[in-house]
Ligand binder design. Structure first.
Ligand code: FSO
Ligand code: SF4
Length: 549
């Protein structure tokens, strides 16, 4: 195996025997094979699209397939085997369709991503070792191809959540397939691929806008909310991940059962939505960001539902492994998987609810409240206050500190950075990065909290909308003239698409940490530095000086 798609990749270079995330060699190579066959499917689908033929089945397949390969989403080997077999069937139908139209389905194509097939696991594994990342020998082309793939994986996650709420965009699906094809096209130059990277960024904005519309139309606009982080004395279910439709189904089905619901990690922002706040058995948020789950799930005592990443494989002596469930694109061998909803009907969470009834209430690990819900509409409602504070100098600068958290010690940088920021600065955040500082007593500026949490990583879109609004209010020509600095933390591929989205909007001088991606070759990194002023992070001292001058 070779995988370098996330920030925690082994030695900052690549995982080769087993993933730092726990992904095994078997799963890693099957993910490579799945992506390879999806390239073949995309080649055929792109040709059919040129003839005006779209397939909802193909679109969904590509979205799900990519999402399953995101870091920490799915560790279940059998699910990948099944998905690869399904991929052969999906591809076959497209080949047949082209043939029926009188076309040569292979038309000059040499890539065996269009033809290779085997239902034998050993043969699959053998093939898989030849179609991974390192197959592209030129390191700059490899770097750009992978940057595109990771961006599209990020898009897939947000597209899936939006689709679960009935929001679909054929333009986004078409782009995802076009991008997969581009990463298999040897005639494309580095410049062509850079153009594709930027297009990927603008599609990132588009998919985040779509998901924002889906979430806010279905559940209302997030509003300023004080979220309880303590516990009550009832058995409970902990829900993690990003899928708000799953959240809704779970809240509805637990109502009146005596089982409470708590959010975990990236589901915390569900507490900010009017449609969810009304449920009396929705108690609040339990625990911290994803990587602390191994101890926090022990203490929770009740079942845990993963709607997406980030899953950490339980330690061999974990007492909670028999009470974790997955759904959607997430999976883990041994965790029961709740099947997809059919015909738009709710998913059936009764099994988890029955399980919860037999469990002890959660053990308290924290007490108090955290504040959040500062997505675009809530911030617009405070716009006069914010603008006055900027004009009077009460707010000197905003710091976008969105993105992900992770387990590496050097992420302590973000806690220290937040603590040491002067009192006339405000942090704008989204994603699980916030857990590094959202429980610090950072105070407020004239009633405006110094940490404004917009929501999940996809709600970085809100931060962009807020920046655009401020640009308009202050009559500026360029978003980079605003007193906003970007100090973003990344971990997995959704953060990659958030970054590309910001670049496509012309945001410059983003600092990215705690380390720059291993998949950026020196030349590709140079392009990003020269064109966009991207930089890594230094020490807190150095960066404080740099950002504040
Ligand atoms: Fe975090 Fe995990 Fe939202 Fe990611 S929980 S790391 S970027 O999945 O998606 O922020
Ligand atoms: Fe390694 Fe990250 Fe890939 Fe997991 S996702 S195998 S930790 S690079």
């Amino acid at each position: 195996m070779f995988c370098y798609q996330c920030q925690e990749t082994a030695k900052g270079k690549g995982c080769t025997f087993i993933g730092v995330c726990g992904k095994t060699n078997d799963v890693a190579i099957l993910q490579d094979l799945l992506i390879y066959i999806m390239r073949g499917i995309s080649k055929l689908s792109v040709r059919l699209r040129e003839k005006g033929i779209e397939s909802a089945e193909v679109d969904k397949f590509i979205v799900d397939g990519l999402f399953m390969t995101i870091t920490n989403a799915n560790f279940d080997k059998q699910r990948f085997v099944k998905k690869i077999k399904e991929a052969f069937d999906v591809r076959e139908k497209l080949l047949e369709k082209l043939t029926a139209m009188g076309e040569d389905p292979l038309k000059g194509e040499k890539c065996d991503c269009l033809t290779w097939k085997s239902n034998n696991l050993q043969e699959m594994e053998e093939k898989a070792t030849h179609v991974g990342v390192l197959r592209t020998k030129n390191e700059d082309i490899r770097s750009l191809r992978e940057l595109i793939i990771y961006g599209v994986k990020g898009i897939s996650a947000y597209a899936e959540h939006a689709a679960n709420l009935g929001y679909k965009d054929n333009g986004i699906y078409a782009f995802m397939q076009e991008a997969l094809v581009a990463t298999e096209n040897d005639t494309l130059s580095a410049d062509d691929l850079v153009a594709m990277v930027l297009k990927c960024g603008s599609m990132g904005v588009r998919v985040m806008a779509l998901l924002d519309k889906a979430n806010t139309t279905a559940y209302g606009n997030p509003e300023m909310t004080r979220v309880n982080i303590g516990v009550r004395n009832n058995p409970a279910i902990l829900i993690s991940g990003h899928d708000l439709r799953d959240m809704k189904d779970l809240l509805e089905q637990t109502e009146g059962t005596g089982v409470d619901v708590y959010t975990h990690s990236e589901m915390l922002p569900a507490n900010y939505y009017p449609a969810f706040k009304k449920y009396k058995h929705f108690v609040g948020n339990y625990g911290n960001s994803w990587w602390m789950q191994t101890s926090e799930f022990e203490a929770f005592n009740g079942p845990v539902l993963f709607t997406t990443n980030c899953i950490v494989p339980p330690k061999p002596n974990a007492t909670y492994a028999d009470r974790v469930y997955t759904t959607g694109s997430s999976g883990f061998e041994g965790f029961p998987h709740i099947p997809d909803r059919k015909d738009g009907k709710p998913k059936d969470f009764s099994r988890i609810i029955e399980h919860a009834k037999k469990c002890a209430p959660p053990t308290e690990i924290e007490k108090g409240e955290i504040i959040g819900g500062f997505a675009h509409e809530q911030v617009f409602a405070l716009a006069d206050k914010v603008v006055d504070a900027v004009k009077s100098g009460a707010i000197r600068k905003f710091f976008v500190m969105a993105g992900c958290d992770g387990r590496m010690k050097n992420r302590g940088y973000y806690t220290e950075f937040a603590e040491r920021l002067p009192k006339d600065t405000v942090i704008l955040t989204a994603g699980c990065a916030k857990y590094r500082y959202n429980k610090l007593p950072l105070g407020d500026i004239g009633g405006i909290p110094r940490v404004l949490d917009a929501g999940q990583c996809n709600d970085s879109y809100s931060l962009v909308v807020i920046a655009m609004k401020l640009k308009e209010i202050f009559g500026l020509n360029d978003v980079n003239e605003l007193p906003i600095a970007y100090n973003i933390a990344w971990y997995e591929q959704k953060a990659v698409i958030v970054l590309l989205a910001l670049l496509s909007l012309g945001v410059k001088n983003i600092h990215l940490g705690p380390t720059l991606p291993a998949f950026l070759s020196p030349n590709v990194a140079k392009i990003l530095v020269e064109a966009f002023g991207i930089a890594g992070i230094g020490t807190v001292d150095e960066d404080m000086k740099l950002f504040l001058n």
